[in-house]
Design a protein around this ligand. Structure first.
Ligand SMILES: C[S@@+](CC[C@H](N)C(=O)[O-])C[C@H]1O[C@@H](n2cnc3c(N)ncnc32)[C@H](O)[C@@H]1O
Length: 325
């Protein structure tokens, strides 16, 4: 019943974030009339939205017609360093949410619900929608930020001179890695349009003088390095494309180099794991998939790598390392 009745929560949360209600309430108590005026919304409809979200702790209803922020709404402010507002914005409404309505077609025929629903794949869609592209990049930073400490604490990336973060978006992970390796240099590699916004995101950070941003296509060529990070990259793609990305890296990696795949690793049996839900999200949006450790290792072998090891972390990610053979 919770799964069925909870259907209202996600789009309602999305609307609250889109209307920037968490930002408005950050300044202190606000009346319904003030909020309706500030968001240009229907007063009676907004009243119902605020009450529903207050009932699950997103906001706090303080008297008959006034509201205050809560710890949850603070997290959803557009300026909160967690970046979670962007994750809500990109995941719980709009084009991605619509794509789920074609999930049954993807299950019946195979393929990706987003492509079936919108007639265009996710990467091309973002290329044509600069504002959504910016929100997506910020949402990715939010997911990385929530886990990078755990990943970097749990896994020793060893010695390296030049790390390349493939599909590194706004460089959150490689930035933190460079912080811990003060003599190493790095490259954040991503699509040219992402790289343009990436440079702005980390300008002025202590690691910035040691980080270069390079735009390109990981199906064609990637920069040379001795440590390659791929966080949530392979899971965006089917096996043929995932192997093709690894082969591009294989042709640029230094002989003594390593790749580190940071992904959710599916269990071999059906035991409960965050990866199962993420796997459905990949079917709905990017057309990719989550994989077991053995499935990753098959991709390594196909692209000319051999697995070195796998480090679980307290986050939902594990770090799978491989070297060229
Ligand atoms: C799921 S995001 C992961 C971002 C980041 N690694 C993280 O974990 O936060 C996938 C990234 O791959 C990038 N990307 C997609 N296609 C690409 C391509 N053909 N060449 C280079 N980067 C690409 C996207 O722009 C995006 O930043």
């Amino acid at each position: 019943m919770e799964a069925i009745m909870g259907v209202w929560l996600r789009p309602s949360l999305w609307v609250a974030v889109r209307l920037k209600l968490p930002d408005l309430l950050a300044g202190g108590r606000r009346t319904l009339d003030q909020l309706a005026a500030e968001t240009s919304t229907d007063r009676a409809a907004l009243f119902r939205l605020l009450n529903a979200l207050s009932s699950v702790g997103v906001f706090k209803r303080v008297d008959d017609r006034a509201y205050e922020s809560t710890a949850i709404s603070e997290l959803l402010r557009s300026d909160n360093p967690s970046g979670l507002a962007n994750l809500v914005d990109i995941s719980l409404g709009g084009e991605n949410y619509l794509a789920w309505s074609s999930l049954i077609d993807a299950i019946r025929a195979g393929g990706c619900a987003f492509d079936i629903h919108h007639g265009v794949n996710w990467v091309d869609y973002l290329r044509d929608h600069a504002d959504r592209h910016a929100t997506f990049a910020a949402a990715m930073t939010a997911t990385t930020r929530a886990s990078e400490q755990a990943v970097l604490d749990a896994h020793d990336f060893g010695q390296f001179e030049l790390a390349v973060d493939i599909g590194g978006s706004h460089a959150s992970l490689i930035g933190r890695l460079l912080d811990r390796h003060p003599s190493a240099r790095g490259v954040v590699f991503d699509l040219p349009e992402t790289v343009a916004t990436s440079r702005v995101a980390w300008a002025g950070e202590p690691f910035a003088p040691r980080l270069q941003a390079v735009g390109g296509d990981f199906f064609n060529a990637v920069p040379e390095g001795d440590l390659y990070l791929l966080k949530m990259i392979l899971h965006d793609w089917q096996d043929a494309e995932a192997a093709a990305i690894l082969k591009t890296i294989r042709s640029s990696i230094r002989p003594d180099g390593r790749i580190a795949i940071i992904e959710t690793i599916l269990p071999n049996d059906g035991s409960p794991h965050t990866g199962w839900g993420l796997d459905m999200a990949m079917m709905a949006t990017t057309g990719g998939r989550e994989r077991t450790r053995a499935e990753h290792e098959r991709l390594f072998a196909e692209a000319g790598f051999e697995a070195i090891g796998c480090t679980p972390t307290p986050s939902m990610y594990s770090v799978l390392e491989a070297r060229p053979v």
